[in-house]
Ligand binder design. Structure first.
Ligand code: NAD
Length: 323
C-alpha cells in the first residue's frame, strides 16, 4: 500500500528536502506552500500553492486520507528576522494561525493519520542559556518557560496545542525541537538566512586575506545539524511510538568565531573577523541528545565540518551564479 503524505511548508528548506526523501521512499506526496521551492524542482506528486492561514484552503487539503502529515510551515528566519522585534506580530499571528488550521481541519476531516510538528530549540528558557560554555537544553528544562523571542513563545504554544489534540482527540502527534538545521538549498541571502549560510556567503564573497563581519563578539555558542541528518531523525521519530517533544540537533557545540574559521578553512582562505553590533539571541545553546538516544537510538553520523563543506560548495556556486 502506498503511503499518502501531506507536507505543509514543502516549498521551504526542510520541507523540500523532506519531500525528496519521502518520494525516494515510495510515498505519494502532496506539498503545500505559499511558494515553490526556490532552488530545487519540486518532486511532490501534487503541489498546492496556498496560504495555510486560510481555513478554507486548509480544509480542502484534507480531501483524502493522509497516513502522515508533516507541519513545517512557519513565518521564520535567522537572528536578523526573529530577534529584532520588528516581525513579532506577524510571526506569532501567522505561525499560530497555520498550526491551528492544519490541526483543527485535519481533526474535523477525519482524514488525519499521524502528524509531525516542527518545534524549535528557541522554546528553551533564556535563563538556562546565559553561560556560553554550559547551556542547558534538556527537554524537561523547558519550564518554567522563558523563551527569548516571540518565535519561541509561539512554538511553545503550538507544542501545547498539538499535545492537547493528542490528549483530548487521540490524534497521534510527534514533536521535534530542531536545533539550527543547515545545508544546501537553504536561504543564504536576503535577511532570513541563518549563521552557517550567511557565513558561507561572506567567506565566498571575500578574497583570501579579506575580512568578514560577525554579529557580536562571536563567542556565543551554538550547534548545527546537517539537513540529511535532520531528515533521518524526523523519519525515525515519525516511525516510532515516541511522541516527544524531543531535541533533534547536534551536540558538537562551537562558537560563531569557530564556525566562521571552519568555513574559511574549507574555502582555503585566510579571513579576519570584524565584530559588529547585530541581533544575537541567547549566549549559549547546544542540543542535549540524551532523550533521543535513549528513545530512538538516534544521533548524527558525521562531524559538523562535513556538512559545512557541502554547504559551502553550494553557497559558493550561488554567489558565482549571481556575478
Ligand atoms: P523555511 O522558511 O525554509 O520554510 C517554511 C516554509 O513555510 C516556507 O517555504 C514558507 O513559504 C512557508 N509558509 C510560511 N507561511 C506560510 C503560509 N501562510 N502558508 C503556506 N506556507 C507558508 O524554514 P525551514 O528552515 O524549512 O523550517 C521548517 C520548520 O522547522 C519551521 O517550522 C521552523 O520554524 C522549524 N525550525 C527550523 C529550524 C532551522 O534551523 N531551519 C530550527 C528550528 C525550527
Amino acid at each position: 500500500m502506498t503511503k499518502n503524505v501531506l507536507v505543509c511548508g514543502a516549498g521551504g528548506f526542510i520541507g523540500s528536502h523532506l519531500v525528496q526523501r519521502l518520494k525516494n521512499e515510495g510515498a505519494w506526496v502532496r506539498g503545500v506552500d505559499l511558494k515553490y521551492p526556490e532552488y530545487s524542482r519540486t518532486v511532490a506528486d501534487e503541489f498546492v500553492i496556498g496560504d495555510l492561514r486560510d481555513q478554507e484552503i486548509v480544509h480542502k487539503l484534507y480531501d483524502r486520507r493522509f497516513d502522515e502529515v508533516y507541519q513545517l510551515a512557519a513565518d521564520m528566519g535567522g537572528a536578523g528576522y526573529i530577534f529584532t522585534g520588528e516581525h513579532d506580530a506577524d510571526v506569532m499571528h501567522n505561525s499560530a494561525s497555520i498550526n491551528l488550521n492544519v490541526l483543527h481541519c485535519g481533526h474535523k476531516s477525519g482524514n488525519l493519520g499521524k502528524i509531525f510538528y516542527s518545534s524549535s530549540a528557541c522554546i528553551y528558557p533564556e535563563y538556562n542559556q546565559l553561560d556560553p560554555q554550559n547551556p542547558k537544553c534538556s527537554e524537561d528544562s523547558a519550564y518554567p518557560a522563558a523563551p527569548d523571542s516571540e518565535y519561541g513563545w509561539e512554538k511553545l504554544f503550538s507544542e501545547r496545542l498539538y499535545l492537547s489534540y493528542a490528549r483530548n482527540y487521540g490524534i497521534p502527534v510527534r514533536i521535534a525541537r530542531f536545533h539550527n538545521i543547515f545545508g544546501p538549498e537553504g536561504t543564504w541571502k536576503g535577511g532570513k538566512e541563518k549563521a552557517p549560510a550567511a557565513l558561507c556567503r561572506k567567506v565566498a564573497e571575500t578574497t583570501d586575506g579579506g575580512e568578514i563581519e560577525i554579529w557580536g563578539d562571536g563567542e556565543q555558542t551554538r550547534s548545527f545539524l546537517y539537513i540529511d541528518e535532520c531528515i533521518n531523525g524526523v523519519r525515525k521519530l515519525m516511525d516510532s511510538n515516541f511522541q516527544g517533544p524531543v531535541n533533534i540537533g547536534s551536540e558538537e557545540m562551537v562558537t560563531i568565531n569557530q564556525l566562521a574559521q571552519m568555513i574559511a578553512k574549507i574555502a582555503e582562505k585566510m579571513v579576519t573577523l570584524k565584530h559588529i553590533e547585530g541581533p544575537l539571541g541567547v549566549r549559549g545553546r547546544n542540543s542535549d541528545n540524551r532523550l533521543i538516544r535513549q528513545e530512538l537510538n538516534w544521533a548524527p553520523d558525521a562531524p559538523l565540518t562535513d556538512g559545512l563543506a557541502k554547504t559551502y560548495l553550494w553557497v559558493k556556486s550561488q554567489v558565482e551564479e549571481l556575478k
